[in-house]
Design a protein around this ligand. Structure first.
Ligand SMILES: [Zn+2]
Length: 467
């Protein structure tokens, strides 16, 4: 039985993706995706007539909605020596990602509407994926959150702790309260780096800076995250602000946030690929590549984060794609900046992790489609994205579920040229990415066409066209 827009089956399609296993919001099943005008026109069951027109053979592969990575730092403007949109968006496509949400800690940072408009102008014509921005919340101008035009952004990043590239940090509790109040008035979702700077300042004053990578996690311990999350829970309860905690790293934070969500508070959270893939031992042994912020913690934390993924407690997976040059990462431990590239590796690493944990392939595919599809699309106003269903944008990621292959530096698309996953044996490999009904990347043939990614506007509160 076909679902979708009524169409004459003899009417040619722009593309038919034939014979794959479709990962839809209603379940995982065999079928064909019919594309017309850049949208999914219909999902056909096996045996239904496929319309005339070009065909893409998807046999033996999962057809996922083009994935969303709602946490990337493509470093533009001002830090393009670390990463740029040409490389970042290529890395995304190879990892099955067709939409990204970019963070504001650039030079200058994007702390208001004019700076986001300027950033959109710089990016125009350089991205192969669609994009939307998180604005940066400015401690000195919290009122901007009450007035934010949802077409430009509907979310704002709050840094509660500083690190090498954090532009503005909320050190003052009263400023943080004002930001939560203003965001609630403006209907803005806060996305938070929730570690408490006062906790870290206190520890730094007595313990000093780390002189080894093994010293890094104790230098930026879980207490910073736990204290910050407890503050956020209190503020969400007081103001009703929607808040999404980024890169949750410890079992205790996951426990607190899951309990707060169960109470009905509008609190969600993200887990990164690296907190699911590595432990503190990796950082101790292998050094700066997994020197991250928040730090990578113990295997019991990793276990709790996987449990949160499998139980549906986690709302989104993010890569926190935040490249630095090799030279920067190789500085002494106290100076090595936190961050790694990850938009390319995220979905494949998580697929590998799910399969390693004996999650069946259909169920694993459904997890990916929720955590990098429907989940972020709903939180961040991404219309037409994140689900494989009639009427949605024809953004598709084809995944060979079984191929085992070793990831090497030659595979890295990010400008920095390195990956924390070098030497890993992955299970599963993206083979083809379709955007707007056209094949934009294929494992055999590489990238096709020009960078035609669009800045995605959110829905308007009013009918005003321009301000
Ligand atoms: Zn980040």
């Amino acid at each position: 039985m076909s679902a979708g827009l009524p169409a004459d089956p003899s009417e040619p399609a722009e593309l038919s993706v034939v014979g794959g296993r479709l990962v839809t919001p209603d379940g995982v099943r065999d079928g064909t995706v019919v594309v017309r005008d850049g949208k999914v026109a219909a999902l056909l069951a096996p045996g239904e007539p496929v319309p005339p027109g070009p065909r893409l053979d998807a046999r033996g592969r999962y057809v996922l909605p083009g994935l969303i990575d709602s946490h990337v730092h493509f470093r533009t403007p001002g830090l393009e020596y670390k990463e740029d949109w040409e490389h970042g968006s290529r890395a995304a496509l190879v990892g099955g990602v067709t939409t990204v949400m970019d963070m504001p800690n650039t030079r200058p940072p994007s702390l208001d509407e004019p700076s986001m408009l300027a950033k959109a102008e710089v990016i125009e014509g350089t991205s192969r994926v669609d994009y939307r921005f998180h604005m940066g919340a400015d401690p000195d101008r919290p009122e901007l959150l009450a007035e934010l035009d949802p077409r430009i952004a509907s979310s704002a990043k709050v840094f509660m702790a500083g690190h090498h590239t954090a532009p503005v940090v909320f050190r003052d509790h009263e400023q943080l309260r004002r930001a939560f109040a203003a965001a609630a008035r403006g209907g803005v979702r806060l996305v938070l780096h929730a570690e408490d700077q006062h906790v870290f300042d206190l520890l730094d004053a007595s313990a000093g800076t780390p002189d080894s990578y093994g010293g890094y996690e104790p230098h930026r311990p879980r207490s910073g995250g736990i204290v910050a999350v407890a503050q956020v829970v209190r503020l969400v309860r007081e103001f009703g602000t929607s808040a999404h905690i980024l890169h949750v790293s410890s079992a205790e934070e996951a426990d607190l946030l899951s309990a707060a969500a169960a109470e009905g508070l509008p609190l969600t959270y993200e887990v990164t690929g690296h907190h699911l893939s590595f432990t503190h031992d990796d950082t101790t042994r292998r050094g700066p590549r997994t020197r991250l912020s928040p730090a990578i913690r113990e295997s019991r934390d990793q276990k709790r984060l996987w449990q949160a993924v499998l139980r549906g407690e986690v709302a989104t997976l993010g890569s926190d794609h935040a490249p630095h040059t090799v030279e920067e990462k190789n500085r002494p431990p106290a100076d090595a900046p936190p961050g790694l590239p990850g938009v390319q590796e995220l979905a494949t690493a998580v697929w590998t992790g799910l399969r390693t944990r004996d999650v069946g392939p259909d169920e694993a595919a459904a997890h990916l489609a929720r955590l990098m599809g429907a989940g972020p699309a709903a939180l961040f106003d991404l219309h037409g994205k994140g689900r494989l269903a009639p009427g949605a944008d024809a953004d598709l990621a084809l995944l060979d579920p079984a191929e085992r292959w070793q990831f090497s530096s030659r595979d890295v698309q990010a400008l920095c040229g390195w990956s924390a996953y070098e030497g890993w044996t992955f299970t599963g490999r993206f083979t083809t990415t379709v955007k707007g009904g056209r094949v934009v990347w294929d494992h055999a043939d590489g990238f096709t066409g020009r960078p035609e990614g669009r800045w995605l506007q959110g829905s308007s509160r009013s009918l005003e066209v321009a301000r």
